[in-house]
Design a protein around this ligand. Structure first.
Ligand SMILES: Cc1cc2nc3c(=O)[nH]c(=O)nc-3n(C[C@H](O)[C@H](O)[C@H](O)COP(=O)(O)OP(=O)(O)OC[C@H]3O[C@@H](n4cnc5c(N)ncnc54)[C@H](O)[C@@H]3O)c2cc1C
Ligand code: FES
Length: 274
């Protein structure tokens, strides 16, 4: 579902939350996206000189608000980090497939800013009374996205949260995929959802496959149109902005590029390095 014109809707930023030293969440009032958006979908964000994809990290149809959580990595995200409440931002969408809600014993694995697309999914799973275990990984405790908000949900019997940091500053000392391995030795799950750096996702997928557990992942590829026209986001013949960004085990098994290569802005295939 899209807005009927695919033109950006320009709105003032309602609120800005600083989540970590590198990530800020921007809250916007966009009724059409707030009402149609589903966990796992994304919007194209227009910064008036560029347009970049961002997952919906907050979907609030009652107050007609959406959130995007932006990690500062280059020119466009840097520009967004300089914006203030009241500054204008353009958005179009929501685009792409959302996560499919399946299974009852759920493991959610998020690395870094990958938690952005998982956060609304987690809320949906808790509300649906699923048994939910979330593993959050980051380089340091300061970079753990949404850790404080998620900590509050541990009051519910159906929700567990574990932390992994690469430097050992909080929780498990090591990679979130190592924590995933450890968690799977203690508990059984029938569905895993993951988002984060692609090499982490590839490892997580291999672990899920070795244990025969269904897996859904959000993939990122270079996007220009966001609506299936330009082909810049192709992976093994799949159009990520339209067929994805959520892909399940069945499709991932057929992909050669997943965890190996991606296309640069000119369409050239380059090795995956993170
Ligand atoms: C479906 C999807 C959802 C995403 N959700 C989030 C999110 O919730 N939060 C977040 O912080 N980031 C998200 N990203 C990544 C985000 O789009 C890039 O970090 C951003 O475009 C970087 O732009 P830049 O100008 O700041 O950096 P640059 O220096 O231009 O690029 C930094 C990195 O971002 C990638 N990138 C740049 N432009 C694009 C583009 N048009 N499409 C895809 N990747 C690009 C580059 O390939 C490079 O790896 C998402 C990407 C996709 C495809
Ligand atoms: S970004 Fe143009 S087809 Fe996906």
């Amino acid at each position: 579902m899209t807005n009927s014109t695919n033109k950006p809707i320009v709105v003032p930023i309602q609120r800005i939350e600083t989540n970590t030293p590198s990530t800020k969440t921007f809250i916007l009032k966009v009724p059409s996206i707030a009402q149609q958006g589903k966990p796992g979908q994304f919007v194209m964000v227009w910064t008036f000189d560029n347009e970049i994809p961002m997952s919906l990290s907050n979907i609030d149809p009652i107050n007609e608000l959406i959130g995007i959580s932006v990690k500062r990595v280059g020119p466009s995200t840097e520009k967004m980090h300089f914006m203030r409440e009241g500054s204008l931002m353009g958005v179009r969408g929501p685009y792409g497939s959302g996560f499919k809600i399946v299974g009852s014993r759920i493991l959610v694995v998020g690395g870094g800013v990958g938690m952005a697309c998982l956060f609304p999914l987690i809320l949906q799973l808790i509300e649906a009374q699923k048994s939910v275990t979330v593993l959050i990984g980051a380089l340091t405790k300061e970079e753990l996205l949404f850790q404080k908000s998620l900590q509050e949900y541990t009051k519910y019997d159906n929700f567990r949260l574990s932390i992994a940091t690469d430097d050992g500053s909080m929780g498990f000392h090591g990679l979130v995929t190592e924590l995933m391995n450890e968690t799977l030795q203690k508990k059984t799950f029938d569905q895993i959802y993951a988002c984060g750096p692609e090499l982490m996702l590839k490892t997580a997928f291999n672990i899920a496959e070795s244990q025969n557990i269904a897996f859904q992942v959000s993939l990122e590829r270079y996007m220009k149109c966001g609506i299936g026209l330009c082909g810049s986001c192709c992976i093994d013949g799949h159009i990520v902005c339209k067929d994805g960004p959520i892909f399940d085990s069945q499709v991932l098994r057929t992909m050669n590029e997943f965890g190996h290569s991606k296309r640069d802005p000119s369409g050239r295939l380059i090795p995956m390095t993170d």
